[in-house]
Design a protein around this ligand. Structure first.
Ligand SMILES: NC(=O)c1ccc[n+]([C@@H]2O[C@H](COP(=O)([O-])OP(=O)(O)OC[C@H]3O[C@@H](n4cnc5c(N)ncnc54)[C@H](O)[C@@H]3O)[C@@H](O)[C@H]2O)c1
Length: 94
């Protein structure tokens, strides 16, 4: 089974994208620091297929080295972001 890495997969967009990959028959590994994401979203995704959760931070090189040493990914879908903070800052400027 091909494996897709979804960074930010415990977040809003990432969890929906992960569900879509699972429904298409891929195994999904979710990498998220849970700063904004929810572990419950990952638990719900287990109903749709083979999903594993790795808690880690994209800014931590060791977290990434461990992740890529453990899994072989067909593709990476990068959806980890701090978008809400940017929106709030823009509102503050206005
Ligand atoms: N929400 C929307 O309507 C929308 C629309 C278009 C595009 N997008 C884009 O999709 C992306 C995700 O947005 P979202 O709404 O799902 O946000 P979200 O906050 O729900 O999800 C982002 C996830 O990234 C994780 N994360 C943040 N920093 C991390 C880090 N350093 N390491 C690991 N994980 C980290 C958070 O914990 C969270 O689970 C953003 O790039 C956003 O601009 C969102």
């Amino acid at each position: 089974m091909k494996t897709i890495l979804v960074t930010g997969g415990a977040g809003y967009i990432g969890s929906h994208v992960a569900k879509s990959f699972l429904e298409s028959g891929y195994k999904v590994v979710i990498f998220d620091n849970l700063f904004r994401g929810h572990k419950q979203a990952v638990d719900i995704l287990k109903k749709f297929g083979d999903v594993e959760f790795v808690q880690g931070d994209l800014r931590n090189v060791e977290d990434l080295q461990n992740l890529f040493a453990k899994y072989e990914f067909e593709a990476v879908c990068h959806l980890a972001a701090l978008c809400l903070e940017i929106i709030l800052k823009v509102r503050l400027i206005y």
